[in-house]
Design a protein around this ligand. Structure first.
Ligand SMILES: Cc1ncc(COP(=O)(O)O)c(C=O)c1O
Length: 417
C-alpha cells in the first residue's frame, strides 16, 4: 500500500508547473530569506569575537544584481576583482568607499575611477603598483589609500599565485615606495588563499598579524583575510569534504581571538575585512529542471532533463549536489527501484547531473538541486542553449531576477549573425 503524497510535495509540483509555463522547463530560484539569515549569522559570529569586522561580499561568486543589492541594504561592502565588477557595484549605487578592489588584472581606467571614488584598491602586482603611482602623480592634490595583497606560505596549502611574496624583494620595494609617496598611504594588508579548513584560517590570521606587526608601528586601518569560508551545508555534502566544515562561530573564534589579542577591540583597532562569497550564497540557490525523456541503454536507465551539469557545477567538479525528484504524481506514481542516471541536454558524453539516483522518475517530473549558488550562474556559458532564468520565488510569486537569454541576446555580438 502506498501512502498518499504529502500535500507539500504536490503543491510544490503545482508551483513548479506554473513557473515552467511562464519561464520554461529549467530555472534557478533564489531564497532571499536564507541569504539574509546567512549574512546576519556570519556577522553576529564575527562581531562577538571582534566587533570591528566588516563583511565585503565577493561579487564574482554570484553577481546577480539583486543579490548584491540585498548585501548593500544589509550594510555589506562589495568585493570586486575586475573593471566589470567594479562597474556593476557603481551601477548599483555602491559608494566608492564601500568597495574593495582586488584582482590580478585591473584596467588603468578602472583604477583611476576607483581611486577617484575612494575605493580600497588592493595592489596585487608590480603592474598595479605602477598604475596606482602614475594615477596618484597625475592628481597630486588627491589623497589615496591602498592595500597590498600578501602571499605567504600556509602549512599544507598549495602556494597561491596572488599578491606579493612577503619574503621577497618586490614586497619590500613596493611597501617602501608607498611609504615614501606624498599622496598614497599604505592603509592595510590583504590576503586570500584557496583553502576552507579552520586550521588554514587560524594560520592566515596569525600570518597577516605578524606581517602587520613588522610593517606598521601603529595599527593599520584594515587587515583583510579574503574569502573561502564554508557555509552551512547538508550532511550529505559535508561528509564529502576532506575536512570537517567549520561553523561561522569556529571561523570567528580562529580569526577574531588573535585579532582581539593583538589589537584589542577599541576604535583604534584595525577593521577586519572578510570577503565571503560561498558562505553567504551557496545554500541560497536551487536549480529545477524538468525530466524530458527516459531511456534504457544497456543496463542503465537514463533520465534526460532540461538542464545540464554545467548549470549546477560549471566545471563539472561537483557531481554530488543534494537532489530530489519532485514528482507529478507525488508518491502515487509507479515504483522504480532501479537507479537512474540524470543526464543533461548537452552533447557532452559526461554531462550527468547525478549518477544512480534511486527512482522513481517519470517524464514531466522535476529534479531539484540545492547548494549551488556559488560559481554556477556566473560561470555557466551559453553552450548548446541560451542560459535559463533566475527567479526569486516560484508559481504566482515568482519574480524575475534575470530573464532567460534569447538567441538574439547571444548572437547580437557576432556581426552578421
Ligand atoms: C580575493 C577573493 N576574495 C574572496 C573570494 C571569495 O571566495 P569564496 O566564494 O570561496 O568565499 C575569492 C574567491 O576566489 C577571492 O579571490
Amino acid at each position: 500500500m502506498k501512502t498518499p503524497a504529502p500535500a507539500g510535495a504536490r503543491s510544490l509540483y503545482a508551483q513548479l508547473q506554473r513557473t515552467a509555463q511562464t519561464h520554461g522547463d529549467a530555472f534557478y530560484v533564489f531564497e532571499e530569506q536564507v541569504f539574509r539569515q546567512n549574512y546576519a549569522s556570519l556577522r553576529a559570529a564575527f562581531e562577538a569575537q571582534y566587533p570591528r569586522t566588516q563583511i565585503a561580499y565577493s561579487y564574482k561568486t554570484n553577481y546577480t544584481p539583486h543579490v548584491c543589492r540585498v548585501i548593500h541594504q544589509l550594510g555589506g561592502f562589495a568585493e570586486v576583482v575586475s573593471e566589470m565588477e567594479f562597474g556593476l557595484a557603481r551601477r548599483l549605487g555602491v559608494e566608492g568607499e564601500r568597495i574593495i578592489y582586488n584582482g590580478p588584472y585591473k584596467s588603468v581606467a578602472s583604477v583611476r575611477d576607483a581611486l577617484q571614488a575612494g575605493t580600497i584598491v588592493n595592489i596585487d602586482s608590480r603592474r598595479d603598483y605602477d598604475i596606482v603611482m602614475a594615477e596618484a602623480a597625475a592628481e597630486p592634490g588627491r589623497k589615496n589609500s591602498v592595500g597590498v595583497r600578501c602571499n605567504f606560505e600556509l602549512p599544507g596549502v598549495a602556494r597561491s599565485r596572488f599578491g606579493f611574496d612577503t619574503g621577497g624583494a618586490e614586497f619590500r620595494e613596493v611597501t617602501q615606495g608607498l611609504r615614501r609617496s606624498r599622496n598614497v598611504t599604505l592603509a592595510g594588508l590583504h590576503c586570500h588563499f584557496p583553502s576552507r579548513d579552520l586550521e588554514s584560517f587560524g594560520a592566515r590570521a596569525r600570518g597577516i598579524l605578524s606581517i602587520a606587526r613588522e610593517l606598521f608601528p601603529k595599527p593599520p586601518k584594515f587587515l583583510n583575510l579574503g574569502g573561502g569560508f564554508c557555509g552551512s551545508m547538508p550532511k550529505s555534502l559535508a561528509s564529502r569534504q576532506s575536512f570537517k566544515p567549520p561553523t561561522f562561530a569556529d571561523y570567528a573564534a580562529a580569526i577574531g581571538e588573535p585579532f582581539a589579542k593583538a589589537y584589542g577591540t577599541s576604535g583604534a583597532a584595525p577593521t577586519l575585512f572578510i570577503e565571503p562569497g560561498t558562505a553567504l550564497v551557496a545554500n541560497t540557490f536551487k536549480f529545477y529542471a524538468r525530466v524530458i525523456s527516459l531511456k534504457e541503454v544497456g543496463s542503465r536507465k537514463i533520465a534526460t532533463v532540461a538542464g545540464s551539469i554545467f548549470n549546477i557545477s560549471p566545471q563539472a567538479r561537483t557531481p554530488h549536489l543534494p537532489v530530489r525528484v519532485i514528482r507529478q504524481k507525488g508518491d502515487d506514481g509507479p515504483e522504480s527501484p532501479a537507479p537512474y542516471d540524470i543526464a543533461g541536454y548537452t552533447c557532452i558524453e559526461g554531462d550527468y547531473l547525478t549518477r544512480d539516483l534511486i527512482g522513481p522518475v517519470e517524464v514531466g517530473d522535476f529534479v531539484e538541486y540545492r547548494n549551488l549558488g556559488s560559481y554556477s550562474i556566473v560561470m555557466k556559458p551559453p553552450f548548446i542553449l541560451p542560459n535559463v532564468p533566475v527567479l526569486s520565488g516560484t508559481g504566482d510569486k515568482a519574480v524575475v531576477l534575470k530573464r532567460g537569454e534569447s538567441i538574439d541576446d547571444l548572437f547580437r555580438t557576432f556581426p552578421g549573425a
